[in-house]
Design a protein around this ligand. Structure first.
Ligand code: AMP
Ligand code: MG
Length: 342
């Protein structure tokens, strides 16, 4: 794998790699993307092979500006233009009815396509140099934690990617908000930095409830963004109880929290999170990776309050814990380990 700084010469080289059907990992404001020419079926197939991702999971197509929407989507509602105007470039993906020539491999065979203009100078320079849509899921192996640095991409994909543009750490640190605009009522398929209330304010009407998000977003499986360590969710008042449960079973335990008890058992590793939810999002995946680097077996993670960006953080933590949409901290009990008395 070739790892390059994000100079303009290197961006031009990356665009040439894309034109030749290669894979380029590049930074966005959310996470690093694994990019390929979205019009080239062989290149798109290489994304799925590199990630180990099932072929029916759709990819997000990245664009240089909102004007390119009409080259990918049809019947574009006014709501899409208004959201693009309000949030692009930015961490918002729009799902729209697709034009017939959009590759099935990109949409997972769906009649819709996911589109986004990212807000990162390197991503935007690459998109401008390339000149058309770049299909780019997160640059990690399927189901694993999304990369937020070039080093993370290297760890995840090694030589499976032809070139990595190193743009430093991703400023936001979790994936984009996905809004489905392909039916009458807009619906959030994945929460992110653009909050539901911000979307609602721009649209000026209520959104559909989230109940069938799995049907509409097959990539949104309950277990995702997961480190090797078992993630155990805890409400703030449950932290000592949860740590104790796993610690006394001889597990190497870590605590991921912005507040922690004054005394922790000796060999419990603290992975401190900052106070603000914005900074927590920035650190979350970095900390999940750190838990694995430290060889932790259990990571007790404190759920942030369900407000603003906290909603998206809770979503990612639930998925890291393998709980999907409906898991509540109170339901998380240690499973019996073979041969170990709880
Ligand atoms: P990633 O690019 O790794 O963040 O994953 C892409 C996400 O976008 C997955 O959750 C996909 O299921 C979702 N997605 C992409 N295209 C569509 C689509 N046409 N309809 C619904 N969800 C989509
Ligand atoms: Mg992903």
């Amino acid at each position: 794998m070739n790892e390059l700084s994000a100079s303009s010469a290197n961006v031009d080289q990356a665009a040439a790699v894309l034109r030749a059907g290669g894979l380029v990992a590049f930074p966005t404001e959310t996470v690093y993307g694994l990019g390929a020419d979205a019009r080239n079926p062989a290149a798109v197939a290489r994304i799925f092979a590199a990630k180990g991702r099932p072929a029916d999971h759709p990819l997000i197509v990245h664009l240089a500006h909102a004007g390119q929407l009409t080259a990918w989507a049809r019947d574009i509602p006014d709501a899409a233009w208004r959201l693009a105007e309000a949030f692009w470039p930015g961490p918002l993906t729009l799902v729209l009815p697709r034009l017939p020539d959009v590759l099935d491999a990109v949409t997972g065979g769906l009649d819709t396509v996911a589109l986004r203009v990212p807000d990162h100078p390197v991503a935007l320079a690459l998109l401008a140099a390339f000149g058309d849509g770049i299909a780019a899921p997160s640059a990690n192996r399927y189901g694993c934690v999304s990369p937020t640095s070039a080093q993370d991409v290297h760890e995840e994909l090694g030589n499976r990617v032809d070139l990595v543009l190193d743009g430093g750490r991703c400023p936001i640190g979790i994936e984009s908000t996905i809004v489905d605009l392909s039916s009458t009522k807009a619906r959030i398929l994945r929460p992110g930095n653009v909050t539901e209330s911000a979307v609602r304010r721009v649209l000026g009407e209520p959104l559909a409830t989230e109940s069938n998000r799995f049907v509409r977003s097959p990539g949104n499986k309950p277990s995702h963004y997961a480190p090797r360590a078992r993630v155990v969710l805890a409400a703030p008042e449950e932290v000592e109880l949860r740590i104790g449960e796993w610690h006394k079973r001889g597990q190497r335990v870590g605590l991921l929290a912005s507040h922690w008890p004054t005394t922790l058992p000796d060999n419990v590793t603290l992975l401190p999170l900052p106070e603000s939810v914005q900074k927590q999002a920035h650190e979350l995946y970095h900390c999940l990776r750190q838990a694995d680097h430290l060889g932790l077996e259990v990571l007790v993670a404190v759920m942030p309050p369900d407000v603003g960006l906290g909603h998206a953080l809770r979503d990612r933590l639930r998925r890291a814990a393998g709980l999907g949409d409906n898991g509540e901290p109170a339901q998380v009990q240690p499973q019996p380990l073979p041969g170990v008395e709880p």
